[in-house]
Design a protein around this ligand. Structure first.
Ligand code: ZN
Length: 98
């Protein structure tokens, strides 16, 4: 889940359970909770700016958000993927590890 240009503050409260995994092209960081085995958020740095998308399945109150729209990622080239992130993902992102 994301909203273009929306701010997102990510606070890692328990660093012992925090891990970052790079997949595919390595341009997206998947932020894991190693205790829950969940990936609540993914980030990507494009032109020195952080972009982020939230895993709606990890939210407590997911019913307040619009239902998901299908996105076909299979045909995306690298440039298309970057353009899509830049257009759709949250873009005022802070990441704090406590
Ligand atoms: Zn957890």
């Amino acid at each position: 889940m994301s909203k273009q240009g929306a701010p997102l503050d990510i606070d890692v409260m328990v660093p012992e359970h925090y891990a970052v995994v790079h997949q595919g092209t390595g341009r997206v960081d998947f932020h894991h909770c190693t205790r829950c085995k969940q990936i609540p958020v993914a980030t990507s740095v494009i032109d020195h700016q952080y972009y982020a998308v939230v895993n709606v399945a990890c939210l407590h109150d997911r019913a307040v958000f619009a239902p998901p729209r299908p996105v076909d990622l299979t045909s995306a080239t690298m440039d298309e993927s970057i353009a899509r992130r830049r257009a759709n993902w949250c873009s005022q992102v802070t990441l704090r590890i406590r």
